[in-house]
Design a protein around this ligand. Structure first.
Ligand code: ZN
Length: 434
């Protein structure tokens, strides 16, 4: 039996670790804010994609049926600017980078979402949503733009723990004479010449950034869903604004659990374009296999900051190769077909103890760092069994069961050590010789 009720997750909204109880027994609805597709994805995008893919895999491993929604922002200033620079159509440029996203995701062994909604394909849903906010008095029309009025939503600031006075002085809000309050944000922007635009009751224009996630999560997951996730840089203003829009519209909580991954630094510095360390994942994939990058990202708890530099990635590669070597020796000893089963069927207490510790780590707010440590211990046990099996063939059955468990638990983390990548010949020799 799977231990369904032991999962605890840290909820940014309450600031506490809570027992995970989904709205509908056995089912989880989950929304993750996806990339704005004006370029290849950068490292900052890769972390939430890997982390929340792992959360999804673990929920499924626990037996939940997960509906996983991850959007693409394919209508945005950055896309329009880039398209103008390249003399391209913004929608075509965005569509091209969406294709590139799927290549990177595949390299990271990130599964496709149940739905990948795009802004450009959901205009009627977005327009309908904005109209409801206008009708209910949470939004106002100003010169062809529509703004959300933060003062009209009493609980504004509850996720990021800010109040409207902070916003008055806030640095991250756009000041405009058109707005009633500096914290008000655009739901709809009046068309400018040369930009893609859509027809609406308020004239030609395009949506602001935040409204898409409220409209698309509602469409695929309903008014209230279980998990809303993203990078912690999205807590304010993006997720705060999503909450305001959705809860003003529906009069119901948007999501029960808000999960946010920590920042990425590069050589201990915050990643930013101006510092020139704004790495595209593609550049790093030239040097390290996607599996190694995934392994590295999961070797730190998702809420902690993580730093990238060459030394750390090289160390990660060595660690990953050690586990891959175990997998390879296992395959050589037993034959691939004997360990390729999808579920382990062991009743041996020593092996079940590894599984229990792995589950306990993941149940504690998805502690992948600890789960990976358990994988290393299991690999050590397997290495001993491989040596023993050479002298005592009857050990092979125990080895087979241990190997299946190793494959099963690796798969929960999206790590696949039988993939033929990442192992340097030199390292393989070293391990075999030892
Ligand atoms: Zn979003």
């Amino acid at each position: 039996m799977r231990q369904k009720n032991e999962l605890k997750v840290y909820n940014t909204l309450s600031g506490k670790k809570e027992d995970f109880v989904p709205r509908v027994e056995g089912k989880v609805g989950m929304y993750v804010c996806g990339p704005t597709t004006y370029n290849y994805i950068h490292l900052g995008n890769a972390r939430p994609i890997v982390v929340f893919d792992t959360v999804r895999r673990f929920l499924e491993y626990l037996g939940y049926e997960v509906t996983y929604v991850q959007n693409f922002t394919d209508v945005d200033d950055k896309i329009i600017n880039r398209a103008q620079e390249e003399n391209d159509s913004p929608l075509e440029l965005a569509a091209r980078y969406i294709e590139e996203y799927f290549k990177d995701a595949k390299d990271l062994n990130v599964r496709q979402a149940s739905v990948h909604p795009r802004v450009s394909q959901h205009m009627p849903d977005i327009i309908r949503f904005i109209q409801i906010l206008l009708d209910k008095g949470f939004a106002y029309l100003m010169d062809g733009d529509v703004y959300f009025s933060v003062e009209s939503f009493q609980e504004y600031g509850k996720l990021s723990k800010r109040d409207l006075e902070d916003l008055q002085a806030g640095a991250r809000v756009e000041v405009s004479e058109k707005k009633k309050h500096p914290g008000d944000f655009a739901l709809w922007k009046k068309a400018k010449a040369g930009e893609p635009s859509w027809n609406s009751p308020w004239g030609e224009g395009r949506p602001g950034w935040h409204i898409e996630c409220s409209a698309m999560s509602n469409k695929y997951l309903g008014k209230t869903f279980d998990i809303h996730a993203g990078g912690m840089d999205l807590i304010f203003p993006h997720h705060e604004n999503e909450i305001a829009q959705s809860e003003a519209c529906h009069g119901a909580p948007m999501a029960r659990y808000w999960l946010h991954n920590g920042f990425i630094t590069v050589n201990q510095e915050k990643m930013s374009k101006s510092l020139g360390n704004f790495f595209l994942l593609r550049d790093i994939l030239q040097k390290y296999p996607g599996q190694v990058i995934r392994f590295y990202l999961l070797s730190t708890h998702y809420r902690s900051p993580i730093d990238f530099d060459n030394e750390k990635l090289e160390a990660a590669q060595k660690g990953w190769e050690r586990l891959q070597t175990t997998q390879r020796l296992l395959q050589e000893t037993l034959g691939v077909e004997n360990i390729a089963q999808d579920k382990a069927e062991t009743e041996k207490e020593e092996l079940l103890a590894y599984k229990e510790r792995f589950l306990a780590a993941m149940n504690e707010d998805f502690n992948t760092a600890l789960a990976i440590a358990v994988l290393f211990e299991l690999a050590r046990e397997i290495n001993v069994l491989i040596t023993e099996a050479a002298a005592e063939p009857q050990k092979k059955e125990e080895l087979r069961e241990a190997g299946q468990l190793f494959a099963e638990l690796s798969e929960v983390l999206g790590l696949n050590f039988s993939l033929a990548q990442g192992l340097s010949a030199e390292f393989a020799q070293e391990v075999e010789g030892s």
